[in-house]
Ligand binder design. Sequence first.
Ligand code: PLP
Length: 456
Amino acid sequence: TVEPTHLSKPEQLRAWDNAHVWHPFTAMQAYEQEQAPIITSAEGFELIDFEGNRYLDGISSLWCNVHGHRVPEIDAAIKAQVDRVSHSTLLGLSSEPSIELARRLVERAPAGLTRVFYSDSGATAVEAALKMAFQYHRQKGNKPEQRDLFCTVGNAYHGDTIGSVSVGSMELFHRVYGPLLFRTLSCPSPQTLRRPVGFTAEGYREFCFAEVERIVAENASRLAAFIIEPLVQGAAGILVHPPGYLRHVREVTRRHGVPLIADEVAVGFGRTGTLFACEQEDVSPDLMCLAKGLTGGYLPVAATLATDEIYSAFLGDPSEGRTFFHGHTFTGNPLGCAAGLASLELFERNKVLQNVASNSLKLRERLSVLDSHPHVAQIRQKGIMVGVELVRDRETLTSFPSERRTGHQVTLAARRRGVIVRPLGDVAVLMPAPAMPGELIDRLCDVFLESIDEAT
Ligand code: PLP
């Protein structure tokens, strides 16, 4: 243990951080040199570090914060719940906030989703959906032994547990775990920027739509489910799907009797302009995964929503073994559910979706100067999700050398200017909170543009 008593409090914390904390998705050797801020408090949309420096939260604390930090209504709801009970199990018992939140989610969710299964993160919401789909077929008796495959879309990211990694297809994150994963079919990601040679952009889009039809039709009797990030593949670099792609996947899967899992973990709760992204293509999935913004970004509560059709396959006398033997200690935690209820109320009261609409226009206008930037290959945006792909040469799409860590340099340049962002490889990302006021979006854009110039 490091006991550097001669150090000031911030220096001491930094030394202990470097000695003991293993940060997620973080290149630790480089991290130790970087003097990352140690956050001690927050106000509105700013995070404040130990030295009192303020940082605008440009990535909503990893895509989850909705209404800002220390929101009086959410703080009060959590405090009131602490005065009643902080945690009691949902295994065979219930709690008031978990019931109320389930009712509100079902009211707002796409038609047909009537059951809410709680967990605690995006990955666990996906894991539950995969196991539900798999078990559903076994209990429906329709050639169950053959429903042992999932279908995904290339570049997908659905979380870090072994099941969610199995249906993911991001080489960088997933390659090393290959031997541990179950086999998954993959439809080509309908992205035209780096399409295979010989295709026009339109021709490649058509090919991708046709591949969904072919792969699902050829494997329908073996597919347990098709999983998709609706409208936008987030972690792959804010890859926006062509209009109609989600609806096409729904139409094909429905025609072939394959359940559809919509992973709304990143896109849910307003980020694409509607409360849920599925609404924009009038899609009702069979299972829907929610996390991140579900509690306004306050606490780890997630949910997997299911239709009556799926749920009813798990009913029967206990001796029949149809129970879903799955769940976590903190499943449906009452503090998190109370925060979720307060957050949903604020969506209405503060007209958050209207704010998202005006901020997405503002982002589009402010970032349009990058259209002619020599090191910008593409600006991708859906609602308030933004990815700017940085390249050494925009004509040939040649990447910067990986050791240059250009995306990371944008992060460091922005941090020096009092803004927190986090890249996805060489894609610089903005993910402001849905309720962020327009003047802060302007400040975010000012710093983002300067930081891209400095890093490239
Ligand atoms: N699914 C999607 C679409 C995501 O973007 C993420 C995280 O970014 C996850 C699942 C995993 O969520 P969590 O990090 O809460 O496990």
